[in-house]
Design a protein around this ligand. Structure first.
Ligand SMILES: C[S@@+](CC[C@H](N)C(=O)[O-])C[C@H]1O[C@@H](n2cnc3c(N)ncnc32)[C@H](O)[C@@H]1O
Length: 217
């Protein structure tokens, strides 16, 4: 499993981990999420919150939503909690959620009620395909009608890499773990259709990333 820890990420005394690309990526992510999320209320479940920096920034950017973080890794969950404290946000313990399992049926998720959105950033290329499958199928169950499933990260689009950097990144991921690698937007859209979700938009983001938005009609 892809992990941040003191050996590969900066870490503060309070347990906050720091991703080296967060500062660059966060402003355009918030800007791209704003038209989708700013008028919404309810709960957004973030899958694979990692350091928790995006969870904190998104909670501040979208105060009308409850931004529920989650991650299977206990060190990441500790960092998510530490970031919320650092940002003086109310305590909201991250859920220990493994997206390759039936997470939508877990009691902690059911207790959230029908979700306004599920958001997953930089997760599905750095995990086995079962994680992408699990996120999409779980979202099909857990989203409210009209809810959104939003992926952010590097993708191939109809089989083509978006830039040489992504091609090299993909090759490196697959060399590390043959089950990892950039997912194709068409593959995710096909999984989404099986889960009762429809394509809403594919937006280009800086550094050849994409924001893929699907909706539960
Ligand atoms: C590259 S990090 C991205 C973290 C954060 N979303 C970001 O963009 O900075 C990938 C995250 O996916 C999480 N992850 C890995 N396998 C997972 C799984 N089966 N279910 C949910 N999250 C998973 C890892 O623990 C890690 O926090």
């Amino acid at each position: 499993m892809a992990r941040y820890h003191a050996g590969n990420a900066a870490v503060a005394e309070d347990g906050r981990l720091f991703s080296h690309v967060f500062d660059r990526n966060s402003p355009p992510i918030i800007a791209a999420l704003t038209p989708w999320l700013s008028a919404r209320s309810g709960t957004v479940l973030e899958i694979g919150s990692g350091t928790g920096q995006h969870a904190g920034a998104c909670q501040l950017a979208f105060p009308g939503l409850t931004w529920q973080p989650s991650d299977p890794d206990p060190e990441h969950r500790a960092s998510v909690t530490a970031w919320r404290r650092h940002l003086r946000l109310d305590d909201l313990p991250p859920i220990a959620l493994d997206a390759s399992r039936d997470w939508a049926g877990a009691p902690e998720v059911r207790a959230l009620g029908p979700l306004s959105a599920v958001v997953s950033m930089n997760v599905i290329h750095i995990a086995p395909l079962d994680v992408a499958r699990g996120i999409v199928h779980g979202a099909g169950k857990a989203l409210a009608d009209g809810g959104l499933l939003i992926f952010y990260g590097p993708f191939t689009v109809n089989g083509s890499h978006m830039g040489e950097g992504n091609r090299a990144f993909d090759a490196g991921l697959r060399a590390d773990n043959p089950g990892w690698g950039l997912r194709d937007t068409a593959e995710i859209e096909a999984l989404a259709r099986q889960a009762g979700l429809s394509f809403a938009a594919l937006q280009a983001m800086p550094a050849n990333n994409r924001l893929l938005t699907l909706t539960k009609p």
